[in-house]
Design a binder for this molecule. Sequence first.
Ligand code: CMC
Length: 385
Amino acid sequence: MSTEIYAPGLEGVVAGETAISTVEGGLCYRGYPITELAEKTTYEEVAYMLLHGELPRPAELEAFRQRLERHRQLPDALLRFFRALPPDTPMMDVLRTSVSLLTHFDPDYHRWPKEPTAPAALALVQDLLSKISERLLAQMAAAIAAYFRISRGLEPLAPKSGLSHAAQFLYQLTGEVPDDPAVRAFDVSLILYAEHEFNASTFTARVITSTLSDPYSAIVGALGALKGPLHGGANEHVMPFLRRIATPERVEEHLQAMLARKERVMGFGHRVYKTGDLRATILSTWAARLAQSRGETQWEVIAQRVEEYLRTTKNLHPNLDWPAGRLYYYLGLPISLYTPIFAASRVAGWCAHIREQWQANRLIRPRARYIGPPLRLVPPLQERV
Ligand code: CMC
């Protein structure tokens, strides 16, 4: 019998190797500190690096941008599906089904090998994964914007040539390109959301890939994991929570009551970071800046008082979802889009992990500790009462 480790929630378990990112000593993507990336790069550069291993040279970045622009075109069938959906279908559900549907219209997926275990198939798989990843990067962002418009009785917008990924998303959503500070704040949020080691959704994608299933199935699974309020769903709770508190004077009383009821404050705490999340610190500065320029500083005052209370009473620190929920609100984005935006960014990390899993695959199949009834015999049907 091999040595068994019992770790509910896989807490503290190192479940595989990765060269994509680490949270040890501060988050780094492929060796670059997240602070540097948030200051000096754009989301496209980060996504390219996650997918292809290195930061792009200028010509590589330009070619990558052009490919993304081409891939933003959505199949008519997807737009027809959006028009047929019942009103108020949640955006994460729509996105999950959209990715599943896009499978059938991807010419590269039609070349997916029938026998992916054959050694000769591996080079083809890597080539197809590279193409499929880029397509998903563009199409998920475009799909969120298109469904948002259709659900409000508006026509989807064709992409505007020459815009960055961040600006293009905001344009396809609203029909307007916001000012530079707004676009840059949004871009930084996408950089910070792009990748995070073996989090629940990425691990889900790796588990699915480890069976040698296809990348679309892996992304659909990852979307399902991200949707939960303990993961990506937390950013949608931030503004409703601040609105419920309403004034700074009510912070302590409100939190005391919540904690007494054992309720969780969404956007606080982390499985790995126990002394603070660097991503939250970076994005908080951007959220505060936008709040100032939009004349919405009342939420920042309440937010700071919440942070102070939770740090001193529970040693709890904000995670990235805390400033992101506020920043997206200051950008005028509807709350229902916050987790889908997280997904549209994180798809870069998911796809990088899917490629890496293929490079050195081992089926992910842990054991369970059995706590059911002891061994017993099956009673005949008539004797069961
Ligand atoms: N609000 C109130 N109490 C909390 C919170 C919170 N957000 N997070 C942890 N705690 C308490 C928890 O009740 C427990 O207290 P006690 O020891 O008195 O019972 C203690 O802190 C340890 O909690 P835990 O559940 O063992 O910690 P975990 O590592 O399992 O939880 C977490 C990590 C993210 C699930 C949790 O912090 C949480 O539920 N946070 C709220 C949801 C959230 O913000 N999720 C976004 C995660 S980061 C973005 C992403 O990558 O998706």
